[in-house]
Design a protein around this ligand. Structure first.
Ligand code: PEP
Ligand code: MN
Length: 385
C-alpha cells in the first residue's frame, strides 16, 4: 500500500534539517547514470582483478564486492573476509577505481576503514534492524565516508528513512539510497518485488537524496535486468548497482542474477538515457510515477472487490442456514441510496456509480446463489430460483 505520509513530516525540524549532497560533490568520479558494478562476492584475487579490469574499461564509477555475505541459510559461502579487502586495495591502485563493500557491524566498519575502502553500503538485511544500523552509525561517528543505504527487506519507507537519519545523525554527509526491492510472501516474477511507489515516496520526501536502483537483487535472474534498469532511469533514479562476475554460472552466490562483463556492457549500452534536465524526461517520469500510483489503486480496488465478494458468500451461507431468500429488494434500495449519497459526497457521477454497483450486486447475488445451491454429496440438482 502507498505509504501514508503524516502531515507533521512536512514541517518536522528533523526532516527539514536533512540536506543531502549530490553525487557530483562526493569525492569520487561521478556521472549520469552513476554506475556501481562488481561481483556479488569477492571469491578469489583473480576473480576480483579480472572483473575490475573489464569494468574499469566500461566506465563504471564504483566497484562493488561483498566481503562478508549475509546468507539466508547457514553453511553457504559467507564471504572471504579480511583478505578480500586487500584485493580491493589492489583494484583501487591498479585501476584507479573506487571501491565499496557491505558493512553489517562495527567490526566490518573498522576493517573497511583500515583498508581505505572508499564507500560503504548497508545491506537490506541490516537496514531492517535499528540496533545494527545504530552500531554502524556509532562506529562511523565523525568519519567522512560516503554511505549507501539499501531499503529494508520489508516494504517500510519509515524504516528506510530511519536508517538514513541514523547516518545523518552520526555526521555522515554523503548518503545515497539504493532500492533493491522487497521480499514478498506470494510468488512474483521478481526475487524482490520492486513496489516502485516506496522509492518514489522516499524521493518525494527527500528530493535531494541521491537514489540508485539495484536491478540484480530485484530481479534475481538475468533476463529481467534490462527492463528494470531502464524503468529506474525512466523514473529519474540517479544510477544503478549491478552484479557482474567473470563466470556467473560458477559464482559462489547469486549466480542466476550476475552478468558476464560483456553482457553487462551490452545492458549498459542498451539503456536509453534521457537527459535529466530535458522537459521531456521530466514529463515522462512524472507520467510513470502517476501510472504506478494508478496501477496500485486498481490493485486495491480489485482487492476490495474480492473481499466484498467473500462477504457476499458468507451472507449466502447465513441465508441458506436460516431459510432466508437471496434477493431482498429493500436491501438493494438501501445500497442504491448509500451509493447515491457517497457519489455526491465524493463528486463522482451518480449514474456511473449506480451502473457499476448494479453489476457488483448482480455478481453478489450470483455468488450467494452458488452457496445456496451448492451440491451436497448425494443430493440431486437444485431447482433454479
Ligand atoms: C548484495 O548487494 O550483495 C546484497 C547482499 O544485497 P541485499 O542487501 O540487497 O540483499
Ligand atoms: Mn548478491
Amino acid at each position: 500500500m502507498l505509504a501514508e505520509v503524516p502531515f507533521s513530516h512536512y514541517f518536522c525540524d528533523e526532516i527539514l534539517f536533512m540536506k543531502f549532497t549530490s553525487l557530483d560533490d562526493w569525492n569520487i568520479k561521478s556521472g549520469y547514470p552513476f554506475i556501481i558494478a562488481g561481483p556479488c562476492a569477492a571469491e578469489s584475487e583473480e576473480q576480483v582483478m579480472a572483473t575490475a579490469k573489464e569494468l574499469s574499461q566500461a566506465g563504471v564509477h564504483l566497484f562493488r564486492s561483498g566481503i562478508w555475505k549475509p546468507r539466508t541459510r547457514p553453511n553457504s559461502f559467507e564471504g572471504v573476509g579480511e583478505k578480500g579487502l586487500k584485493w580491493l586495495q589492489q583494484v583501487r591502485k591498479e585501476f584507479q577505481l573506487p571501491v565499496t563493500v557491505e558493512v553489517a557491524n562495527a567490526q566490518h566498519v573498522e576493517l573497511a576503514l583500515k583498508y581505505n575502502i572508499d564507500v560503504l553500503w548497508i545491506g537490506a538485511r541490516t537496514t531492517v534492524n535499528p540496533f545494527s544500523v545504530q552500531a554502524i552509525a556509532d562506529a562511523l561517528q565523525g568519519i567522512d565516508i560516503p554511505v549507501l543505504v539499501k531499503n529494508p527487506v520489508n516494504p517500510d519507507v519509515e524504516l528506510w528513512i530511519g536508517a538514513i537519519e541514523r547516518m545523518m545523525n552520526a555526521g555522515i554527509k554523503n548518503i545515497a539510497a539504493i532500492h533493491r526491492g522487497f521480499s514478498a510472501f506470494e510468488n512474483t516474477k521478481y526475487r524482490n518485488k520492486p513496489t516502485w511507489e516506496i522509492p518514489i515516496e522516499l524521493k518525494r520526501r527527500f528530493p535531494d537524496l541521491p537514489l540508485l536502483c539495484d536491478p540484480s537483487h530485484i530481479c534475481g535472474k538475468r533476463d529481467l535486468l534490462q527492463s528494470v534498469a531502464q524503468k529506474a532511469l525512466d523514473l529519474n533514479f540517479e544510477g544503478l548497482m549491478l552484479e557482474v562476475h567473470p563466470n556467473p554460472d560458477k559464482a559462489l552466490s547469486d549466480k542466476e542474477q550476475q552478468l558476464t562483463p560483456s553482457a553487462f556492457k551490452e545492458l549498459i549500452s542498451s539503456l536509453i538515457i534521457r537527459k535529466k534536465d530535458f522537459d521531456d524526461s521530466v514529463t515522462q517520469s512524472s507520467l510513470e510515477e502517476l501510472r504506478i500510483i494508478i496501477d496500485r489503486l486498481d490493485e486495491q480496488l480489485l482487492e476490495k472487490l474480492a473481499e466484498r465478494m467473500s462477504y457476499a458468500e458468507k451472507i449466502g451461507l447465513f441465508k441458506k442456514e436460516n431459510g432466508i431468500a437471496i434477493y431482498q429488494p429493500e436491501r438493494w434500495n438501501t445500497i442504491v441510496n448509500h451509493v447515491k449519497f457517497l457519489s455526491s459526497e465524493k463528486n463522482l457521477s451518480e449514474d456511473l456509480m449506480l451502473k457499476i454497483f448494479s453489476y457488483i450486486h448482480k455478481e453478489s447475488i450470483r455468488k450467494q446463489s452458488g452457496v445456496m445451491y451448492e451440491k451436497k454429496k448425494g443430493a440431486g440438482k437444485p431447482a433454479e430460483g
